[in-house]
Design a protein around this ligand. Structure first.
Ligand code: PAF
Length: 296
């Protein structure tokens, strides 16, 4: 890549800092805001890949101060999910993030974020019920709560999230609107490997055979899109097109394949306005998600 491509180092204006204490984070950002600086935050759970780096670069272009948060949030994992084995590599993350122009990394631990006896949660209702909300009870309350806490601690003007977590983005947008949180939410396109696999920290769990079978997710979305471009508007037929390549992959097991209204996430029988084909698939024991918006 040339000097202006994604590998070019982006300038940060402040000396780089890592902050672990939530109160120190809040105090630091209050100073920055008093200086009139525009703050961007990119919340992550670490193990950064090119998708995260695209968020950081977009943030760099839109703000004076870029804050990266790295926190594997326990409240968004169910009791039988992968919290304890979720991949972590803080040094590697910071080495990747700094050339993207990050000024501040906020890396708290769970005890600092959740005081003993913490019992307040943020709940988004209808949007958080179907899809991953149904399959992962409590997940979006954990996400909405931690994102609210991260917003409170980093006081951003603007925050960046990936569209791969389509329902998460919808939930966060609605939460910000409903609670007047006053943060501009920017959704960024899914970043894919050259062969189509959506980038995810969980791809690190896949064996070579599973990695091959994981391509069935993007193949399913491409099949649905092809049917749609060919004039198909029936929801059930589009879902069947998306399911076929996944059903043919030996190590893949469908958690859900659903066509939903792109704004309200309500079921779609016939596509008359933008709809999202949303997938969650276990490949071996790894749960992957992906999606594509179909626009008439
Ligand atoms: O998308 C993620 O990585 C997480 O759900 C988020 C938004 C950082 C909250 O923990």
């Amino acid at each position: 890549m040339g000097a202006t491509g994604p590998d070019a180092a982006l300038p940060s204006r402040l000396p780089f800092e890592i902050i672990r204490d939530p109160r120190a984070m809040r105090a630091r950002v209050e100073d920055l805001r008093r200086d009139g600086l525009r703050i961007a935050v990119v919340p992550t759970m670490g193990y950064l890949h090119e998708g995260h780096l695209s968020l950081l670069r977009a943030a760099r272009a839109r703000a004076d101060v870029v804050i990266l948060t790295i926190f594997v949030n326990p409240t968004q994992f169910g009791p039988r999910e992968d919290l304890s084995r979720y991949p972590r590599d803080e040094d590697g993350d910071l080495a990747k993030a700094r050339p993207c122009g990050v000024d501040l990394a906020f890396c708290p631990d769970a005890a600092a974020m959740y005081a003993p006896g913490a019992q307040t949660f943020v709940e988004v209702r209808e949007l958080a019920r179907p899809l991953c909300g149904e399959k992962r009870p409590g997940h979006f309350a954990g996400v909405a709560t931690v994102v609210t806490k991260l917003f409170n601690l980093t006081q951003p003007h603007v925050a960046f999230f990936g569209e791969k977590d389509f329902q998460q983005l919808a939930v966060i947008r609605r939460m910000v609107r409903d609670l007047d949180q006053g943060v501009e939410i920017v959704g960024m396109p899914i970043v894919r490997e050259a062969d189509g696999l959506a980038m995810s920290s969980r791809n690190a769990y896949l064996s070579p055979d599973e990695r091959r079978d994981a391509l069935s997710l993007s193949a399913g979305l491409a099949a649905a899109e092809a049917a749609f471009r060919g004039g198909e508007r029936d929801g059930a037929a589009l879902v069947a097109a998306a399911r076929a390549p996944i059903a043919a992959a030996a190590s893949a097991r469908i958690d859900y394949v659903e066509l939903r209204d792109a704004d309200e996430l309500t079921p779609v029988e016939t596509v008359t306005r933008p709809a999202v084909m949303a997938l969650a698939v276990f490949v071996g024991t790894t749960r992957l998600i992906d999606n594509r918006v179909l626009r008439p």
